[in-house]
Design a protein around this ligand. Structure first.
Ligand code: HEC
Length: 142
């Protein structure tokens, strides 16, 4: 009698344990699946821009970036708006700027220079490469 009660008791607690463990395991699998999906999505979205950038930086995308982020100081033509001139903006079409190596232009746009604000928080590396390629085109247009 006593042992039978104990047996039932043990059985019950086993059932409760199993009931508690199974959903928890299922949840853990769900988290794993969600984490894996997130990794896959992040991986793909991380790959897409660099794949699109491929070889040459995209000056067409750079033109858009320039209009949004640079025109207020440098002007559509790169020669500088009144606002820009008040800040002693550089004429982007000038030889002084056009002679600078791409790496130097990337550095200035990334980290800023004197009154020129840094863009590392606003633009990613591809966008900076693109806008620098566009700055190079401004030099050829003059
Ligand atoms: C708030 C105004 C402002 C904005 C916005 C701005 N610039 Fe400038 N930029 C300046 C000023 C001022 C200078 C001159 C810095 C110096 O040499 O003292 C300058 C200089 C430059 C130079 C020349 C650097 C050198 O070493 O001579 C480049 C290239 C340039 N900017 C590109 C850009 C690009 C690309 C953007 C947009 C992503 C941009 N700037 C946005 C103000 C601005």
């Amino acid at each position: 009698m006593r042992s039978k009660v104990q047996g039932v008791g043990a059985g019950d607690s086993n059932a409760i344990l199993a009931g508690g463990i199974l959903p928890r395991r299922a949840m853990r699998l769900g988290f794993l699946a969600a984490a894996l999906a997130a990794v896959v999505v992040l991986g793909l979205s991380g790959l897409a821009p660099s794949a699109a950038a491929g070889g040459a930086p995209d000056a067409a995308a750079g033109a858009k970036t320039f209009k949004t982020n640079c025109v207020m100081c440098h002007g559509e033509d790169g020669k500088g708006t009144p606002t820009g001139q008040a800040l002693k903006v550089a004429d982007l079409t000038s030889d002084a700027v056009q002679k600078l190596p791409v790496a130097e232009l990337v550095k200035v746009v990334t980290n800023g220079k004197n009154n020129m604000p840094p863009f590392k928080a606003t633009l990613n590396a591809d966008q900076i490469q693109g806008v620098v390629a566009y700055v190079r085109q401004l030099g050829k247009k003059k």
